[in-house]
Design a protein around this ligand. Structure first.
Ligand code: ZN
Length: 347
């Protein structure tokens, strides 16, 4: 394994054609937000979450332009389940443009391969799994991602993706725990908008004060663009997924030929994109662990025994149908075949 997970590179922005900044936003690290239901589509508090999101982003946009940005693009990194972007276009500063495509795209990894950007700002982010931040997680529930043995935040994942093309992350906002996680990126202008007291509660800073800091930090981030650093992964890349509840990889324990130890599956590759794509596949496997919680939920219900009996009967029936040639397995639809439409990021 390389002795350091990544290298820090000096940055020479090509600013003669203007400064294009990409904002990638999440929805857990917002000012004025201390209830997790505010980032879940369909809840009573979600519309308020959308307003908080737009307000933080607008403060950052204003600061980026004040610092010298000539163009600001926005991509959704949250994925609340809302078919529309979490960021409402009618609330957004009209100087900025949301990236909307007619094909699905991955906000973290497809954009560096297709957009020319001078710097990246991340807004409304959360600490990594295990950091005891507000809604702390990495990618999804119970997932801890490691690159060359170092557990990373989604902000570092964004930096390593853009580091492939030598572009730095210059600004981030979120809670005090993410501030601690990002000691790895000291050049970032970081704004702490709240203090996590648990994964589902936080002490809030006054809104006006926090948003003024968002604006000022974003301005400084662009003004100091030349002192920003790009993060390039060191190879070979040891990519690991460490699963904690409610996810699990324990079904891999004892399987020969699998690099698995202490709830962690590791593979080696030379390419950051391949590392990410592989980790995403393992996320799919680890989230199978969620189903043991489903079993607990069913068992605790008054009709739990009935449901489990129906499940055992269905298992037998599926076996009989398969062995009798009566069962036709549905063909899996390849990812992203939802057809032409309007896509705003995530996956
Ligand atoms: Zn999110």
């Amino acid at each position: 394994m390389p002795s350091t997970p990544w290298s820090i590179e000096d940055y020479q922005p090509q600013a003669d054609d203007g400064i294009r900044v990409l904002i990638i936003h999440d929805m857990e690290g917002l000012s004025g937000q201390d209830d997790p239901s505010s980032f879940d589509f369909g809840t009573d508090l979600y519309p308020m979450g959308q307003e908080l999101l737009a307000a933080d982003i607008n403060a950052v946009i204003d600061g980026l332009f004040a610092g010298g940005a000539t163009e600001v693009l926005i991509a959704d990194g949250h994925g609340s389940g809302n078919p529309e972007p979490d960021l409402r276009a009618d609330l957004l500063d009209p100087r900025a443009r949301q990236i909307i495509r007619d094909e699905p795209f991955d906000t973290y990894f497809d954009l560096p391969e297709s957009e020319a950007i001078d710097a990246v700002a991340v807004v409304g982010m959360h600490a990594k799994t295990g950091s005891r931040g507000f809604a702390s997680h990495t990618f999804t529930l119970g997932i801890d991602l490691l690159i060359n043995g170092h557990s990373i935040t989604e902000t570092e994942l964004v930096a390593l993706s853009w580091g492939r093309v030598g572009v730095p992350v210059i600004f981030a906002s979120g809670d005090d725990r993410l501030a601690g996680d990002l000691a790895t990126m000291p050049w970032i202008e970081y704004v702490t908008v709240k203090e996590a007291t648990a994964a589902d509660s936080a002490n809030l800073r006054p809104l006006i004060e926090g948003r003024a800091d968002l604006r000022a930090g974003a301005q400084r981030a662009v003004e100091n663009l030349t002192s920003a650093k790009a993060m390039r992964v060191n190879t070979p890349i040891f990519a690991s997924l460490h699963a904690v509840p409610p996810a699990s990889l324990r079904f891999l324990d004892g399987i020969p030929g699998v690099e698995y130890e202490d709830d962690t599956l590791t593979f080696v590759t030379d390419d950051m994109r391949a590392a990410y794509d592989g980790l995403v596949e393992i996320v799919g496997a680890a989230t199978v662990g969620y189903l043991s919680l489903l079993q607990e939920v069913v068992r605790d219900r008054p009709d739990g025994d009935e449901i489990m009996a129906a499940f055992r009967a269905a298992l037998s029936q599926r076996w009989f149908d398969q062995e009798s040639g009566r069962y036709e397995r549905p063909t899996p639809t390849a990812g992203g075949t939802s057809g032409p439409g309007r896509y705003h990021g995530y996956r």
